[in-house]
Design a protein around this ligand. Structure first.
Ligand code: PRX
Length: 652
């Protein structure tokens, strides 16, 4: 952390907002003062940007903290807010999505069409017995039906759990079981890197251990051959297309569960983050409008997967609630060529782009002459999310993608926070490369020391959120105690985010990465324990320790130290390769270790705790730190001199 800190201290470039943007900005400096004067009244005002069938009696009930209720007594439907009200206001012909398939096929979907399709899907789900409160699992590629499926669930008050299509059958099984989903929506596959990639086989495999799943709805996307379980599996086009395109949305309590999104924590078991309806929609709609300065004629693109929270909040719920036109892209940035994103921006006239630093660093590596071939002059605001953006990537993004004109908003938030929390506003703040700046109006954050005291400007510590916010997670699915222990116990009465942060001399916040055993690989959260469990579940592994090592492209990379069992130890190279594939099968390809170091011993303290800090030093090739608390300090030397690095990431 100290190295990151001193680098950041040398960063003094500033980029003021463009005058024209500032003059017409949706949000100005005054909004901060307004929210400071009455935070609750501020959020009530933002909630009124939505349609409520019945207004709330009380804006916030925090009497059972940390279990919050927002807009108590209010009645709302998320899908109605994303669709019907725009159509009723005469905007049915406005494009909701310009969808682009990886092979180049396209679909243009208006708000009216999306409403009809969601209505059909809601009728189909009703026919399959889905009722308010039932959980539906969605395991899909980036196709319009994914949005349709989510909104159909929301319309019925049936919480969805979207599982990222890159996760394995075991990961899917765990999530279906944890939230007891009875219906799964999937597709035969999707296109990635120029080829169809299958999804249905993973579903079939997962469901061998999920006997309670009644039906699987399968969208035909790639036309791959699929196994079929009669009576359980149904083609989407057969079940949905025949339905009426009329469906009357029912209004639900503001606290009706909207979705469960699983994310990695410090232990092996993923946490089911529960989001509810009224507060969540209020915050994602307002932040999307405020932070991107979204205007009615903007063309907006979040280049993320819907399987992550960024996709939920800023591909689906935020932009649709605001009636904005979005671009949605199915595939990878280098298919069929490395200029695909820039080609799409030029083709659709994208004005707002939101993506992760890992993508930006990849584009930097490919070189600025690639975007230079495309007309990117439509862009006016750029956003970054998922991990700290290093100042070099920030400046490259602004210069070569934003043409030196566009503000870059570095938005800090989490699956748990539901929506953006700490970020500059493009028409208000001077951009500081690498800084997430200040909490948004209505949000309260602080950086504290070990004892929970606020640190002075210029010092670092832990990021905490000091007041409840509308889109906050309400609990962990089925585990209230873990919710309290994980987030609300480290610092009394405050939410502990798990991130290190620093306040600069102006009091602006810089994020410094996780302080717990959670890694951030390409903007995706992975837990060290989860990968260790996957490794030791392999018969060849006696013991494993996983650390996140700094990586120039992905932010962090997974590095595993393993002790092999007697007979396996001889075949180091082969074993490492097999283990990498094993982790991919257990969790998903994103969790594959970049390196597997086969060692004979692991450094441990006297109480038997693995000293990860030392392993991280080895993984990052740093000089060894203080080893006096090791049971046997020669272990580190052993590791260093004997380490073999077979199976480095080359096959994905
Ligand atoms: O460590 C922080 C990092 O990503 C974590 C949240 O990950 P996840 O729940 O997967 O959500 C990612 C998309 C919102 C945080 O605890 N993180 C996210 N955004 C930033 C960030 N770190 C620094 N700067 C950011 N802008």
């Amino acid at each position: 952390m100290s190295e990151a800190l001193s680098n950041l201290l040398r960063e003094d470039r500033r980029f003021p907002p463009p005058a024209e943007l500032a003059a017409a900005a949706n949000v100005t400096k005054e909004t901060y003062a307004e929210a400071d004067a009455d935070r609750i009244a501020f959020w009530e005002k933002q909630a009124r940007r939505l349609h409520w069938d019945r207004e709330w009696d009380e804006a916030l009930d925090w009497s059972k903290a940390p279990f919050a209720k927002w807009f108590v007594g209010g009645r709302i439907n998320a899908a109605y807010n994303c669709l019907d009200r725009h159509v009723e206001a005469g905007n049915g012909d406005k494009v909701a999505y310009h969808w682009e398939g990886e092979p180049g096929d396209t679909r243009t979907i208006t708000y009216a069409e999306l409403l009809r399709e969601v209505s059909r899907a809601a009728n189909a789900l009703t026919e399959l017995g889905v009722r308010a409160g039932d959980r539906v699992a969605i395991y899909m590629p980036m196709i319009p039906e994914t949005v349709v499926a989510m909104l159909a669930c929301a319309r019925l008050g049936a919480p969805h759990t979207v599982v990222f299509g890159g996760f394995s059958a075991s990961a899917l099984r765990d999530r279906i079981q944890d939230c007891d989903a009875r219906i799964v929506i999937t597709s035969d596959g999707g296109y990635r890197r120029g080829a169809p990639s299958a999804l249905k086989p993973q579903v079939d495999q997962a469901l061998t251990e999920c006997p309670d799943v009644r039906n699987v709805l399968v969208v035909k996307r790639t036309d791959q051959d699929v196994e079929w379980t009669e009576g359980r599996d149904l083609w989407w086009h057969e079940a949905v297309d025949k339905q009426s395109d009329q469906h009357t949305a029912e209004f639900f309590d503001a606290e009706q569960p909207l979705y469960v999104m699983y994310t990695s924590g410090t232990t092996g078991k993923p946490k089911g983050i529960l989001h509810t309806t009224g507060g969540y929609l209020t915050q994602v709609a307002w932040t999307h409008w405020a932070v991107f300065d979204a205007k009615p004629d903007d063309i907006y693109w979040t280049a993320a997967d819907i399987g992550w929270v960024t996709g939920h909040s800023y591909i689906v719920y935020g932009p649709l609630a605001n009636g904005v036109t979005s671009v949605m892209y199915e595939g990878t940035p280098d298919t069929p060529h490395r200029g695909r994103w820039w080609e799409l921006i030029a083709k659709y006239g994208v004005s707002i782009l939101y993506c992760a630093p890992t993508a930006i660093r990849t584009f930097m590596k490919w070189g600025e002459d690639i975007p230079a071939d495309f007309d990117l002059s439509s862009l006016r605001v750029l956003g970054s999310v998922g991990e700290p953006i290093n100042p070099e990537a920030y400046v490259w993004y602004r210069t070569y993608i934003g043409g030196g004109r566009t503000p870059v908003v570095d938005t800090w938030w989490q699956t748990e926070t539901g929506g953006m929390m700490i970020t500059p506003l493009p028409g208000v703040a001077d951009g500081k490369p690498g800084a997430a700046m200040t909490p948004l109006p209505g949000i309260s954050a602080e950086v504290v020391d070990d004892a929970g005291n606020a640190v002075p400007n210029g010092a670092g510590g832990y990021l905490v959120l000091t007041e409840p916010w509308p889109a906050m997670l309400r609990t962990l699915w089925g585990d209230d105690q873990r919710y309290v222990d994980t987030y609300w116990s480290r610092f009394e009465g405050r939410y502990f985010a798990g991130d290190g942060a620093k306040k600069d001399d102006d009091g602006d916040i810089w994020l410094l990465g996780r302080v717990d055993d959670v890694m951030n690989v390409s903007g995706h959260r992975l837990s060290t324990t989860e990968i260790e469990s996957a490794l030791v579940s392999h018969p060849n592994v006696a013991e494993a320790a996983v650390v996140g090592a700094t990586d120039p492209t992905t932010g962090q990379a997974v590095v595993a130290f393993v002790i092999l069992r007697g007979s396996a130890a001889a075949s180091g190279e082969q074993a490492a390769k097999e283990l990498r594939n094993h982790v991919a099968a257990e969790i998903g390809p994103i969790a594959k270790p970049r390196q597997i170091l086969v060692v004979e011993e692991l450094p441990k303290t006297r109480s038997g705790k693995i000293m990860r800090r030392l392993l991280r030093d080895v993984a990052e090739n740093r000089e060894l730190g203080d080893v006096t608390t090791l049971t046997d300090s020669s272990v580190m030397e052993l590791i260093r001199t004997n380490l073999s690095t077979p199976g480095a990431a080359d096959d994905d």
